[in-house]
Every structure is written in C-alpha cells, then in structure tokens.
Write a protein that binds this ligand. Structure first.
Ligand SMILES: *Cc1c(COP(=O)(O)O)cnc(C)c1O
Length: 539
C-alpha cells in the first residue's frame, strides 16, 4: 500500500512503508528476482504543520512525479460495476529493483488513489482492488510470471481472490483450488493490535465488486464473515510470518484456531544500511585503524551529527540545546500504545531529570482522524512550551527528520505497551549510528538488547502484560514509567558521564545491529525461509 523510498517521494505513512522501501532497496542490492507493486498516490500522507498559535494542521501536497516513468501497459479492474482502466509507472530513482505503481487511467476514477489511507470503507476496498487484482493483472501484462506472490500485510489479499478466480493453478472445489494456490502465496502480518487487522462486511465487498465473483459462502470460507484480510492471508498462504521473534509468538497466539491457516514463522525486520547508517560512522570504524583512533573518530563523528541536529532544531524552533548534555530521541507515529507521553507524565520525576541536564527531542504524526493520537501530540507540544530548555517538538516527522534524529541524538527511547509493537525499526537505525536504545523489551529489542552492553531494557517483561485488552493499562503504565526513570538514573546517566564507557556501548550497539538488523539479512531470511524455503515452490 505504501513505499517509503525517500523524503522527496512521500507515498508512505510510516514504518510499514519504510520497511517496504528498504525491502525493495535490498532486493535490488542483492539481485533477488522480486518485483514490487504499489499504488501511485496523488497526495501522500499528511504533511503536519505547527501553526504560530500552536495548533497542528494537516496539509496534502501533490506527489511530485519526477521519480517515476510511465510504462506501456494497460490493465483493467472492475469497481462498482464499471471497468476502471489502470496505468502503471516504474520507479526510476532510489533503488535498483523493479517497483511498479498503479493508478487509474481516467481522471474520473482518480478518487481511488487520491490520498494514502484517506477516505472510507468504499475507498479502501477500491484501493485494495487496484493493488491486489490490478497487481496480479499487471504481472501478467508485464510477463513477470511470479513463482511466489508475497502479500505484505492484508492490504494485498484481493490478489489471492483474483488468482483463485482465474483458476490458473487448477482444482475443482474451492478447497482444492485453495490447496493448489497456497503453494504460490506467502503472507506477512505486521499488526499485533487486534483492531488493526482490517475486516470488511460481505455486503460492502459486493457493492464494490471486491467479492471478485465469489458467493458469500465462498468468501466466508476464505476470510470469515465479516471478511478478515488477515484470516484470508493466512488461509491462502503456504507460509506466513510475523516481523520479530516475539511478534511471531504473539501472532501465533492471536490466530491460533484459525482453520486452514499457514504456519507463522518469525522474520525479524531490518533496515537498509546505506540509507540509514551515516557514512561517517563506517569511516570511523574501518578495521585497519588502531582501536583508540577508531574510538576518538567515532565520538567525533557522533558529536558532529549531534551538532547538525542541534543546528536544525535551532533553525526550526529557535531553541538552543546543549551538545554536552544527554539528548533523548523519541520519534514515531502517535499511536496511543507507543505512549509518547510516558516520560513527561510525572512532573516531579521529570524535573529531577532536567536538573541532571536531560533534554528530549520529539517528533511524530497522528493519523488525521486519530483523535487519541492527536491529543498525545498536543500533550508533547504543551510540554515543549512548559519546559523550553529541555523538551523540543519537531513538526512533520518524515524520512529526512528520521535520519537526522536517529544519528544526532545520544539515546533512542522506545516505551510501547508490550506486546503491541510488532517490530519497530527506528531503533535499528539509531543502533547502527551508535545511538544506543533504551527500550521496553518489545518488538525487535529482545533480540538486540544486552542490558548495559548494547543499550538498556526498561524492566523485565511481565507475562500479565501480554493479555491485550484484559491487561490493566494504568498499572502497566505506572510500573513502566517508574522503571524508565530508575534506568535513566541508575544506568544511562552514569554511563553517559564516562566517555570511554559510553563509546564502548556505542561500538557494541553498532556491532550488534549492522548485520543482524539490516534489510540485507532480512531479505536473506525471506529468501531462505519464506520465498523458496519451507516447502516446494511450484515445481
Ligand atoms: C523508521 C521510521 C519509522 C518506523 O519506525 P518505528 O520505530 O517503527 O516507529 C516511521 N517513520 C519514519 C519517518 C521513519 O524513518
């Protein structure tokens, strides 16, 4: 649905899109024969603007099309009883793999791709029809002939209906056809928040032609009633995966008992190192230098990047932060489970941190219709006014700011309500720039954390937390907040006070992340365990 390739081409909303962009970049670097399909959004995700009065507004600039080239193919889908001709664009910049973006040919049909994650149910279904059904037909038109289709999140699942409908893999009954199709489909789920798993009423699907010609009974057999995109993905796939070890466990628990579901593996996410790791970090650590020299060059590179961030903060917000004091970074989508306000919610404890010089830089966007997320951002903006010398909020979090923050801060804070962070990737970007993580043991961090060596954990997991809606949110928040203050006080701040110790942690953070949390490693895993591994593929 979205690809985050570059800040200048904003057809992404957040982590899911940037992951897809990094996936395609590594596929190109590693010469894996994989073709990407997406949509060309006329307007990308919201551009967040902080007005002089302090209110946040959403703007929607038009997507600039100088990174894409028209390709000479035409495909068609049926939406609401009408033929919708589609055209395709190939992305020419930022990556060396093949990535095609679809959009309606006719102006009158452009409502479908007008705005990423915009519109209501009908818009979403139409978007998913173009992506899924249009995507399969585009592959046919291009002569791509995939051996395996990868549905990266439920958005692409209508491709499975199209493949079933076309009957290309044979089989008489629906069950037989699914069994034959399964060999060619793999599915990735990214969403441990139960409400984040999209479902559609069968009537709504039929009204848009998203039923793809199947009866209600057949649709129910594939995705349940209402039709769950995740259940359908699991049932149509040969193998499925979650996006971190822990998330695989969570997904297995969530979907246990789903009849006909594919086994769910774990493939931990990774980020594209050439995109996200600053070249100055690599230069400081070239192996033929003596260790002492590496250490001093690493620290110097870090301070340079910190100065660059501080200059940008001053330019944007007029606030001068100190280069010698600890700078905590926190930037992510303003989903409530990420608890952006955890550290600022206890005034007394916060003032104690400020007395010891702690500074916090924030950035993050809420979905235009997410009032809870917007309230969170409002709280942070208010804190930045109250504590001018210590808290900063930077507007319009995007890939450019993401890069600046994950290399220019001293420590990267992540405190989601476990186990709701499927993976998280901003912490990987930070880690490989020598910005150690201070995080709840959620998402990828249980795999990367060696407490006091590569960064720090905030407490130990309590099995009661993994009970989703039953868990006592207020109790968890209070406990985690206290643990966060304690870890900062007893572990992080003392380590920051000793240069040698800190540089050793920076080095361990880089060594831990550079390969293990790279998208090259991730692609190798997808190839070995999902795309061609774990069973026969078409032969
Ligand atoms: C990396 C990145 C994300 C995803 O990071 P999370 O840790 O999953 O929140 C989101 N938005 C931007 C702009 C990023 O660079």
């Amino acid at each position: 649905m979205e690809y985050g390739l570059d800040a200048a081409f904003p057809i992404y909303a957040g982590g899911l899109g940037i992951l897809a962009g990094d996936h395609m970049k590594s596929v190109g670097d590693l010469r894996v024969p994989l073709t990407g399909i997406g949509l060309l959004w006329d307007e990308g995700y919201t551009r967040q603007v902080l007005s002089a009065g302090g209110t946040l507004e959403d703007q929607y600039p038009k997507t600039v099309r100088d990174a894409v080239r028209r390709v000479d193919v035409r495909v068609e889908v049926t939406i609401k009883g009408r033929a919708v001709p589609l055209r395709a664009w190939k992305v020419e910049r930022y990556l060396s793999s093949d990535l095609y973006l679809l959009e309606p040919e006719r102006e009158a049909d452009r409502w479908i791709t007008q705005r990423l994650y915009g519109g209501g149910t009908e818009d979403r279904l139409a978007q998913e029809l173009v992506l899924g059904v249009g995507g399969v037909r585009l592959c046919d038109a291009l002569g791509v002939a995939p051996e395996v289709y990868h549905f990266n999140e439920g958005h692409a699942v209508f491709a499975g209906l199209e493949l079933l409908r076309s009957g290309r893999y044979g089989g008489k009954t629906l069950a037989q056809r699914i069994a034959k199709l399964k060999k060619h489909i793999v599915f990735t789920t990214h969403t441990p928040v139960p409400a984040g798993n999209e479902v559609h009423g069968l009537g709504a699907m039929r009204a848009v032609d998203a039923d793809c010609g199947f009866t209600d009974k057949e649709l129910e057999q594939i995705g349940g009633d209402p039709f769950s995109m995740t259940v359908a993905g699991l049932r149509l796939a040969r193998i499925a995966n979650g996006v971190a070890e822990l998330h695989g466990d969570t997904a297995r628990k969530m979907w246990k008992g789903t009849k006909g579901a594919a086994p769910i593996l774990s493939i931990t996410n990774g980020v594209h190192v050439p995109t996200w790791q600053d070249a100055r970090i690599r230069a400081a650590l070239v192996p033929d230098k003596p260790k002492k020299q590496q250490d001093s060059e690493l620290w110097a590179a870090h301070q340079t990047m910190k100065h660059e961030l501080l200059a940008e903060i001053e330019r944007r917000n007029g606030v001068k932060l100190s280069a010698d004091k600890l700078l905590i970074g926190f930037a992510r989508r303003a989903a409530t489970y990420k608890r952006a306000d955890l550290i600022i919610s206890d005034d007394k404890a916060l003032k104690k941190l400020f007395d010891r010089g702690v500074q916090i830089v924030y950035s993050g966007k809420a979905h235009p219709r997410d009032t809870g997320g917007k309230a969170l951002i409002g709280k942070i903006v208010a804190a930045s006014k109250k504590y001018k010398k210590h808290v900063v909020f930077l507007e319009n979090y995007d890939m450019h700011l993401g890069a600046l923050l994950t290399r220019g801060t001293d420590i990267w804070l992540n405190n989601p309500r476990r186990p709701l962070e499927a993976s998280g990737t901003s912490g990987m970007k930070a880690a490989m720039n020598g910005v150690p993580n201070l995080s709840i043991l959620d998402g990828w961090w249980p795999e990367g954390c060696r407490h006091g060596v590569t960064g720090w954990k905030i407490g130990d997991p309590d099995p009661r937390d993994d009970a989703f809606d039953d868990a006592d949110a207020a109790r968890i928040d209070k406990r985690d907040r206290e643990l966060l203050y304690k870890t900062l006080d007893k572990d992080v701040l003392p380590a920051f006070g000793k240069r040698d110790r800190w540089v050793a942690i920076m080095r361990a953070s880089i060594a831990m992340s550079q390969w293990q949390f790279s998208s090259d490693r991730m692609i190798e895993d997808y190839v070995a365990k999902v795309y061609v591994g774990g069973g026969t593929v078409g032969r």
